[in-house]
Design a protein around this ligand. Structure first.
Ligand code: ADP
Ligand code: MG
Length: 730
C-alpha cells in the first residue's frame, strides 16, 4: 500500500484504534501519528521515580511485579487481587477485582498505566491497564529505551508504540516521508533527514539517537514558526502607509524645548530610529521594551508629536483608566498651551489632547469623538473605548500601545483598521521579554530596547517579609514606612482584593493577571486574600494611625479615582492603599515605599511592575513583599528571587521557568496538541535565532518558498490552522 503523510490512520490501523486515536488524541493522519513524539523514554532497571508520582496523575510506568496476593472479599462475593510492583526506588499497588491476571507473575516486567490514587496512605493504581514484557513478545520490548507516549484512557502508550510499528511494517520504513528541510540547510546545521529522525525518536537504540533526532525535529518547529512570522513581516512591509516626516518648528521642537531633563542616550537613539521609520511610507511595526521607569512615555510622546507635525493624528492606548488619565494629564502638562489649540489661552500652533475612556459621560464622550473625527484632536489618549465602533479618526497616523502585554494582537489590529491606510504602530512594554519570546510571540515586530535608566535614580532595595515566621519584621516594616513619611516621602500599600462585598479577587479596573501567580497561590483552604478596605482600616487604627491614608481601587468612580491620584501626586495623602490599579505606569516620584501584602498572590512580572512605582525619583526606594507562606515553598522562593534582583530580564527568566512553555506560547492552554511540542523557549535560544536567520534568507528571494514545496505546505498548514492562534494569544 502506498502510504503518504496525508493517509488517514483508518487506512493503516484497525478501525477501532484509528477511531480512538482521532477521538482522544486528535491524531487523524499518518503525519499526526508520526509527529506524536514520546514524552520520555523508560529504561529497564532504571528508577522511574514512582515516589514522585502525585495522586491524580495519569501515568505510564515501567516496573517489575514483586508480589501477587489474591483473597476473597469479606463483605461481598468475589475476590480481590493485589499486585505490588516496584522499580527499585518505590513500590505501588495495583488492585483488581475478580479479574484474570494469570500472567502477572512475580519477576515479570511491564508497563503499567492508570491514574494514581491513594488507599490507606499508599499510592495505588485503581483500574490499571498493563502490558507485560514477555520473552517471546516482539522485539520492541527488548529495546534499551522504551518510548512512553502521551496517552489517554482509551489509547495507551503501548498502543501508540504498536501503531507506529505497524505503520513502519506496512510502508517498509519511513522512506515515504519527504523531508521539507532544504538539503543545504540540513548540511549547514548537521541535521539528520526527517525519516531518520522519526525512526530515531520512535525507536531509538541510544540516548544519542534521541538527542540528534530531537534537535532535528525542533528545527522543523522553529523554522515553520519563523517562516510564518517572516511572511507576516514581509506582508506588513508591503502595505501602503503614509510617511510622517519630521517638520522643524512644530510640536516636536516645542516638546523638546519643554523637557525638564535631557534625554538618555537610549531615548535619543530609539527616538532617531522611530523618527526615521515614521518618515517612510511603509508602516512601522515596532516593539519598544524598556525597564520600568526607563522613560518610554517621552519617547512615545516625541513620536506622536512628529506625526502631528506631519498633519496626522496619534492615538495612545493604555490598559487602565487610571493610566490613560495619567498619560493625558502629563502630556497635557508637558505641552502646556500647545495642548489647548482652539481654546482661549491655547497656542494656535499646537493641537488638542483628548481623553477617551469608557466612563466618560455621554456628552463628554460625544465631544471627544467629534474632536477625534474632525481632526482637531491631534493626540488621543484612551482605553479599550478607543476600539469601539463610532470612534472615527480624521487621519490616524500612529498608534502607540502602552504596556502591550495587556493587549492582544486583535485589539492592536482593531485600532490599526481605524486609519484609511495602516498607521504606524509602536508597542511598548515594561515587562522584559526574553529574547526567545521576542523572537516567537512578538516575532512579527522589530524590537528596540531601552536598558538604561535616567541617571540620578536612587534604585530600590527589596526584601521579603515572612509575616507568620517573623511577625516582628512586619512591625518593623510599618515603622520604616512611618520613617519615610516623616522624611517627607510617600508610600503605597498594595493588596490583592478590594474587600467589602467583592467575592472574587478581581479588581474591575485592574488588568487581567497576565502573568498569573502559580496555582499554589490560588489555594483552596487558605484564608481569602487581604483586601484594601480591611487593610486600610486596620492600618488607620493601628500601625499607621495619624498618617493621611487614602484608598484606590477599581470600584471607585473615575472621578473619585482621578481625585485620589491627584491628591496623592500633590502630597495631600501620605499612604495610598490600593489594588493593582497602581501596577502599571503610575508616576509619583516622591513615593519611596511599597508594601505588597500577600505578595505570593502576585506573579513575578506584576511584582516587578509594582516595585517600579517606587523607583522613580532621586531617593532610594524600598519594596517589602509581605507573605505568610514559608520561604521554603516554591512561591516563597519566587519572592526571594524577585527581592534579590531588579534586573527585569533576569526576572523574565525566572517567570518563564515557573510557567509552562505552553502558557507562553498559548498552545497547551486549551489542552490540545500544538505545532510546538519539543521546542523550549528556555533552552533553545540559539536554535530559534538560527531558524529566524534561515527563515529570513529563505524568504529573501522573489521565489519565496516556490522551490521548497514541502516547507510551503508546512507553513500553509500552520498559518491557516486554527491552532496557529497561539501566535496571537500570548
Ligand atoms: P516607563 O518607561 O516605566 O513608562 P516613564 O515614561 O513613566 O517610565 O518615566 C519615568 C519617570 O522618568 C518619569 O517621571 C519621567 O518624567 C522621568 N524621565 C523620563 N526620561 C527621563 C530622563 N531622560 N531624565 C530624567 N528623568 C526622566
Ligand atoms: Mg509607562
Amino acid at each position: 500500500m502506498a502510504v503518504t503523510l496525508e493517509t488517514p490512520l483508518s487506512r493503516v490501523l484497525g478501525a477501532k484504534t484509528a477511531k480512538a486515536m482521532a477521538e482522544s488524541l486528535e491524531l487523524h493522519t499518518v503525519r499526526d501519528l508520526l509527529r506524536h513524539y514520546p514524552r520520555r523514554y523508560a529504561r529497564r532497571g532504571e528508577m522511574t521515580r514512582l515516589d514522585d508520582l502525585q495522586v491524580g496523575d495519569r501515568v505510564t510506568v515501567l516496573a517489575q511485579v514483586r508480589r501477587v496476593t489474591t483473597r476473597k472479599m469479606r463483605n461481598r462475593p468475589g475476590s480481590l487481587t493485589e499486585v505490588t510492583v516496584g522499580d527499585g526506588a518505590g513500590e505501588m499497588q495495583l488492585v483488581f477485582f475478580n479479574r484474570k491476571h494469570g500472567n502477572l507473575r512475580e519477576g515479570a516486567w511491564g508497563l503499567f498505566a492508570g491514574t494514581v490514587g491513594e488507599y490507606r496512605r499508599a499510592k495505588q493504581f485503581a483500574h490499571p491497564d498493563f502490558h507485560l514484557i514477555t520473552g517471546d513478545d516482539d522485539e520492541d520490548w527488548a529495546r534499551a529505551l522504551i518510548p512512553i507516549y502521551p496517552a489517554t484512557k482509551d489509547v495507551s502508550s503501548w498502543v501508540v508504540q504498536k501503531s507506529i510499528r505497524l505503520l513502519l511494517d506496512a510502508s517498509g520504513g519511513f522512506g515515504f516521508v519527504e523531508d521539507p528541510l532544504p538539503e543545504d540547510l540540513r548540511a549547514r546545521h548537521g541535521l539528520p533527514s526527517l525519516p531518520a529522525a522519526l525512526l530515531d525518536v520512535h525507536r531509538p537504540t541510544s540516548q544519542d539517537d534521541v538527542d540528534r533526532a530531537a534537535e532535528r525535529l525542533k528545527w522543523d518547529e522553529a523554522l515553520t514558526l519563523q517562516l510564518v512570522l517572516a511572511a507576516r513581516r514581509r506582508a506588513a512591509a508591503l502595505e501602503p502607509g503614509t510617511a510622517r516626516p519630521r517638520r522643524p518648528g512644530g510640536l516636536l521642537d516645542a516638546v523638546d524645548a519643554a523637557l525638564p531633563f535631557t534625554l538618555t542616550e537610549g531615548q535619543r537613539a530609539v527616538g532617531e530610529e522611530l523618527a526615521a521609520e515614521l518618515s517612510r511610507d511603509s508602516p512601522m511595526h515596532r516593539l519598544l521594551q524598556g525597564e520600568v521607569g526607563s522613560g518610554k512615555t517621552v519617547v512615545a510622546l516625541r513620536a506622536m508629536a512628529q506625526v502631528v507635525d506631519a498633519g496626522g493624528q496619534a492615538a495612545l492606548l493604555a490598559p487602565t483608566e487610571v493610566l490613560a488619565a495619567q498619560h493625558a494629564r502629563s502630556i497635557g502638562a508637558m505641552l502646556g498651551p500647545l495642548a489647548r489649540a482652539g481654546e482661549l489661552d491655547g497656542d494656535p500652533a499646537g493641537t488638542r489632547v483628548v481623553l477617551l475612556t469608557g466612563s466618560l459621560r455621554a456628552a463628554a464622550r460625544r465631544e471627544a469623538r467629534a474632536a477625534v473625527a474632525d481632526g482637531s484632536a491631534g493626540i488621543v489618549v484612551g482605553t479599550h473605548a478607543l476600539l469601539q465602533e463610532g470612534v472615527d479618526f480624521a487621519d490616524l497616523g500612529l498608534v502607540v500601545v502602552d504596556e502591550q502585554h495587556r493587549f492582544g494582537v486583535e485589539q492592536r489590529d482593531a485600532l490599526r483598521a481605524k486609519g484609511d491606510r495602516p498607521p504606524h504602530v509602536l508597542v511598548m512594554t515594561a515587562t522584559p521579554i526574553p529574547r526567545t519570546v521576542a523572537m516567537t510571540v512578538y516575532g512579527d515586530l522589530e524590537t528596540s530596547v531601552l536598558r538604561q535608566l535616567p541617571s540620578g535614580r536612587g534604585g530600590v532595595a527589596s526584601s521579603v517579609v515572612p509575616a507568620s515566621d517573623k511577625p516582628a519584621w512586619l512591625d518593623r516594616a510599618w515603622e520604616r514606612l512611618r520613617e519615610e513619611v516623616a522624611a517627607g516621602r510617600q508610600a503605597y500599600v498594595v493588596c490583592p482584593r478590594i474587600g467589602d462585598d467583592d467575592t472574587g479577587d478581581a479588581d474591575t479596573d485592574a488588568p487581567d493577571d497576565a502573568d498569573g501567580a502559580p496555582e499554589e497561590a490560588a489555594g483552596g483552604d487558605r484564608r481569602p486574600p487581604l483586601a484594601v478596605l480591611d487593610v486600610a482600616e486596620a492600618l488607620d487604627q493601628g500601625p499607621l494611625a495619624g498618617l493621611r491614608l487614602a484608598v484606590l481601587h477599581g470600584r471607585m468612580t473615575p472621578e473619585a479615582k482621578e481625585a485620589t491620584m491627584r491628591a496623592f501626586a500633590a502630597r495631600e495623602v501620605d499612604v495610598l492603599v490600593a489594588t493593582t490599579v497602581v501596577e502599571v505606569g503610575v508616576d509619583v516620584p516622591n513615593a519611596t515605599v511599597m508594601v505588597v501584602m500577600d505578595a505570593d498572590r502576585f506573579g513575578v512580572s506584576q511584582l516587578h511592575q509594582l516595585r517600579g512605582r517606587v523607583a522613580r525619583g532621586k531617593h532610594q526606594g524600598l519594596c517589602l513583599l509581605v507573605t505568610e507562606l514559608p520561604l521554603t515553598t516554591a512561591t516563597g522562593a519566587r519572592l526571594t528571587a524577585v527581592a534579590s534582583t531588579s534586573d527585569g530580564f533576569e526576572l523574565a527568566r525566572v517567570d518563564l521557568e515557573t510557567r509552562r512553555e505552553g502558557d507562553v506560547l498559548g498552545a497547551a492552554q486549551s489542552g490540545r496538541r500544538s505545532n510546538v511540542k519539543l521546542l523550549s523557549l528556555l533552552e533553545d535560544e540559539e536554535l530559534i535565532a538560527a531558524a529566524r536567520t534561515e527563515a529570513a534568507a529563505l524568504l529573501a528571494t522573489d521565489r519565496g518558498l516556490a522551490d521548497h514545496p514541502g516547507l510551503a505546505a508546512e507553513v500553509a498548514a500552520l498559518a491557516t490552522d486554527e491552532r496557529a492562534t497561539y501566535l496571537e494569544k500570548a
